[in-house]
Write a protein of this length. Structure first.
Length: 310
């Protein structure tokens, strides 16, 4: 089996490439222009995507390349729309051209986001795939638009697409712009002798957190056993208060800290609860998460500590 992965040098992309290779795939890892650790592919350039397809001759394309940070999308929406929507359109166009010219039509596994659900009343949780989309920020809107684009391609041109709607995922190597990685970095700095003051955002929010290694396994399982034209939640099915995540990391760090609210870390469109139902994914693939939240947090903190090792 052969696979092409866009966004391969990103957080989830690196884990996906490792999981695919462990599963016996021959992988072409595609990154952005100038990325020395991956084959350079600009997803806004259909010809460049087509060249990667010609080289990889993939059975499946995993499209992960995207702008994923909500605050960046809020600060400057247009680049997010361009990368996430137009980039997806270019990947589709390249796949259609590849198949038209005699290549076997590969399956396309698209990584969307649970952000597309937006705000929901308490009785709507856990969220299921049939729930109407109500994106509440530009990033979510871009992913919802990309999903609609892909379903149009599926119905009009027979594109073999599966949509993975991922909830929050965490793990070693995640940017410290994201909350769990940021907590770990701050605590590692404190443990190394830094100022014991921690800056935090909304600790009352409850989130569905899954280790990125389990997310990568879910993507591979969906590529193998998901149904074309269908959408699947990728999540743990359990909501954890961010306050509890911070508490567990502080226990792991074993350092005294002073926690202080930072208005700059509060999102105007933040939702108090976000948890999904992964029953459809489990029924289709047999997938179950293997890495506990505690184990994931321990690994994240230990990785952060290595940055401050003498």
């Amino acid at each position: 089996m052969r696979a092409l992965v866009t966004g391969a040098s990103g957080f989830a992309g690196r884990y996906l490439v490792d999981e695919l290779r462990r599963s016996g795939y021959d992988v072409l890892a595609a990154g952005g222009p100038g990325d020395r650790d991956a084959f350079p592919v600009d997803v806004l350039d259909t010809a460049a995507v087509r060249a990667a397809l010609d080289l990889a001759q993939p059975d499946v394309v995993f499209h992960l390349a995207a702008q994923t940070f909500v605050p960046d999308a809020l600060a400057s929406p247009m680049p997010t729309y361009v990368t996430n929507v137009r980039g997806t359109a270019c990947v589709c166009e390249a796949i259609r051209g590849y198949a038209k010219d005699g290549g076997a039509m590969p399956r396309l596994l698209f990584t969307s986001s649970a952000e597309v659900y937006g705000h929901a009343p308490p009785d709507a949780f856990p969220l299921r795939e049939a729930r109407a989309l109500a994106p509440a920020n530009p990033y979510a809107a871009s992913k919802a638009a990309a999903e609609m684009l892909l379903l149009g391609e599926f119905r009009s041109f027979g594109l073999d697409v599966v949509i993975a709607r991922a909830f929050n995922h965490i793990g070693q190597g995640q940017s410290d712009r994201f909350v769990v990685a940021n907590f770990a970095k701050q605590l590692a700095a404190i443990a190394a002798g830094g100022d014991p003051l921690m800056h935090v955002g909304n600790l009352d929010a409850r989130r569905d957190l899954t280790d990125v290694r389990d997310v990568a396994r879910a993507y591979v399982a969906l590529a193998q056993r998901g149904a074309a034209g269908e959408t699947y939640n990728v999540c743990s099915g359990s909501a954890t208060p961010i306050r509890d995540v911070l508490r567990e990391l502080i226990v792991l760090a074993r350092v005294p800290v002073e926690v202080r609210d930072d208005p700059q870390r509060m999102r105007p469109s933040d939702v108090p609860l976000f948890v999904g139902d992964a029953a459809k994914l489990k029924a289709a693939t047999g997938w179950e998460p293997h890495v506990s939240l505690r184990a994931s947090l321990r690994d994240i903190y230990e990785a952060a500590r290595t940055e401050y090792a003498p």
